[in-house]
Structure formats: C-alpha cells, structure tokens
Design a protein around this ligand. Structure first.
Ligand SMILES: Cc1cc2nc3c(=O)[nH]c(=O)nc-3n(C[C@H](O)[C@H](O)[C@H](O)COP(=O)(O)O)c2cc1C
Length: 359
C-alpha cells in the first residue's frame, strides 16, 4: 500500500502515528531570562497530534541569541521551563524534539552579553536590519571567531544537548539552516576563512559536522535530526556551488545514522538568489535515512511527495501555527484557519493559543 501523510513511521527508536511534523517556529513569547512559560506549554500541548513537534529555535548560549524573547537551553530555569512543555506533550502521547540554535552574525550588540559583537565565521556584515528591544537597527560587522574560539562553540552545542536530555525531550534537531551560524560557516558567501574551518567545502562543513558529532555523543545519532536549507537566501547567505556543498554535507552526515534529515525548500521560488539552483531530490537520493521536506506543502502535495517516495515526512510551519489540530483537519477535509502574520512574532495568547480547534 502506498504510504500517505497519515501512515505511521519509524523515526529512530520511536514509532510516530503520522508523517506530519510541526516545523520549528520562533514565536518570541518566552518569559524573562528566555525561559519557556505556561503560555508556551499550552501552545505545544495543543499541537500534540503532530507525528513530531520540532520546537522553535532554542539558543545554545547567550551569544546564540538574535531576537527578543526567544527561549534558551543553557540555564537551569530554561531547562525547568522546557520540562513542563515536554511533560505536557508526553502526557498526550506526543513526540517533541528541541531545535538547537546559534544565530551567529544575525544578532546585534544590544542582544549580546556585555554589548559584544555577534560571532561569525568572517567579519562580513549581513545586509538588512535586526529587530531589537530598541526597534529595527542595522546589522553590524560581526567578530570573526578565531580558530581557538571554535571549540567553545562546539561545547555550547554539547552542553545544550545535555540540557535538552535533562528537560525530557525525545531528541534534538540541529539548526543548520536559514543563514544562522552553522549555515554561515557552510556557505562561501559568509565564510572566507583561511584556517581549517574555511576554504574548501570540507573545511566549511567541518563545524557543522563537529557539532553533529558532539550532539550525537550525548543523544546517540538516532535521536538527532538536522535541518538544512540549500536554496534559502534568507539572512543574506549564498553559495557559489550549492549542489556540491550540500551533496558533500549530506553524504558526510550519513555516517551518524541520524533520526532524520530535514530539508526546507524555502528559496526555491527565487531561483539563483542563494546560488545556482539545483534539484533538491538529488539530496534525497544521497541520504540513507528518513527524509523530511518542508515549505509550502498542503495535503495534496504532501501525499504526492510521500507517495512518490520523494519524502518520508513533511513538516508544516504556518499551517500548524494556525491549526492546532492540523492532522485531523487535513484527514477529514475540514477547512483550515488562516495564519495571522501580525501575531507571528511576540505578544501573548492572541494568534498563539487562541486559534480554534475544529468543532
Ligand atoms: C513564525 C515563523 C517562525 C519560524 N521560525 C523558525 C525557526 O525557529 N527555525 C527554523 O528552522 N525555521 C523557522 N521558520 C521556518 C519554518 O520552519 C518553515 O520552514 C516555513 O514556515 C515554511 O514552511 P510552511 O510553508 O509550511 O510554513 C519559521 C517560520 C515562521 C512562519
């Protein structure tokens, strides 16, 4: 029988009831100290019917912060806050992975400890502006990490992975996408280093692979996922040879026997902006494990992709944000609520926990 979005799937040690994942989504609603709070518990608990919930990006260290009120995973208070989220999701039989995040240069001194410069592979100022507590401000030229400073970054990911384990998550997703730190290292538009972490594709991929190794050391590979965005120009990233770069990374990632590879196709509608376009299915063919795809999917496209074998799972962002019971609605053909962009980032219940369930 052909698999559909509603077929169960083995993911690492888990059997998920469906292939419909909730994509990671930053919602800027953590309490003081970047601590998850009761409101966040309710939001995730409402969405437990996802085969897998992937949380919003959660910074691995104070330097990893790029936006106001995003939750972290580096203090005891943050771990205690996340524990309430995982307990609520587990009480309803759900599965939840935490997305481990370091924004790199996509930050601002006003968001950094002691007003320091954000960190990056190279001192290249990204185009655009950053949302700060003082409103929109220009990005700054970041501090290029010295070779000697890189082990501390890997340690931050390792320590965050341990905290995630303590907080009761079922696994973690390494955020290697969307122009944040690991993606900045990977792509030659943001990495012009001449040490062991720059130059060739293998050297640009090195930090991502060393972080993956560290995180797998804590969790075992089969409870770790990774997200990549090969066509995504967001946050001013590009690469001169994305097909070669991402083929190399996916081939190398195979050795960790990860729970899944999560590819977002974001950027496919602006071909060429992040570098020469290529067919992402080539990565699906290189990857030996569970392949999750994302971006702009609806039920028909998701079932077509799964049916053809182009993907094993599909993650939904905006549709899940606006529909706490998305899988059931899709399965029963019930119309979806429309996402309200004005309440995506920041605020409280409105546009967060008040989207109606189907009656
Ligand atoms: C409000 C919002 C916040 C997001 N935050 C994150 C994030 O923290 N980490 C991430 O990898 N992607 C993030 N994304 C991207 C989504 O995971 C997803 O790739 C994107 O929404 C496309 O999928 P969709 O068409 O199903 O919405 C965010 C998207 C939205 C709408």
């Amino acid at each position: 029988m052909t698999a559909t979005l509603f077929s169960p799937i083995k993911l690492g040690p888990y059997t998920l009831p469906n292939r419909c994942a909730m994509a990671p989504m930053t919602r800027n609603r953590a309490a003081a100290g970047n601590v998850p709070q009761a409101l966040n518990v309710k939001y995730y608990e409402q969405r437990t019917s996802a085969g897998l919930i992937i949380t919003e990006g959660s910074q691995v260290s104070p330097q990893g912060i790029g936006y106001p009120n995003t939750p972290g995973i580096y203090t005891a208070e943050q771990v205690a806050g996340w524990k309430k989220v995982t307990a609520a999701v587990h009480a309803k039989g759900g599965h939840i992975f935490l997305q481990l995040w370091h924004v790199g240069r996509i930050s601002h001194p006003s968001l950094q400890p002691a007003g320091a410069l954000p960190l990056a592979p190279s001192a290249i100022k990204p185009a655009g502006q950053v949302y700060t507590f003082q409103g929109m401000q220009d990005y700054v030229a970041p501090h290029a990490l010295t070779t000697g400073e890189i082990p501390a970054i890997i340690e931050q990911f390792r320590s965050a992975a341990k905290h995630a384990l303590e907080a009761g998550f079922d696994g973690v997703e390494i955020h290697g996408a969307n122009g944040y730190l690991l993606d900045q290292f990977l792509r030659d538009g943001s990495n012009t280093r001449t040490d062991g972490y720059g130059g060739t594709i293998a050297r640009r991929a090195r930090l991502m692979l060393e972080v993956t190794e560290a995180v797998c050391g804590v969790w075992g590979g089969n409870r770790v996922g990774i997200r990549l965005s090969p066509l995504q120009p967001f946050n001013d990233v590009r690469d001169s040879t994305p097909e070669e770069t991402f083929s190399f990374v996916v081939r190398e990632l195979n050795r960790f026997n990860l729970a899944y590879l999560h590819i977002t196709e974001m950027g496919r509608d602006a071909p060429g902006v992040a570098g020469p376009a290529f067919d992402l299915l080539k990565l699906r063919k290189i990857w030996k494990g569970v392949y999750m795809t994302n971006s702009g999917y609806d039920l028909a496209r998701a079932n077509a992709a799964i049916g053809r074998g182009d993907a094993d799972m599909v993650s939904f962002g905006a549709p899940f944000l606006a529909n706490p019971d998305l899988p059931a609605r899709m399965e029963q053909g019930v119309p979806l609520n429309t996402p309200d962009q004005a309440t995506f980032y920041g605020g409280s219940e409105k546009g967060y926990t008040d989207y109606p369930f189907m009656s």
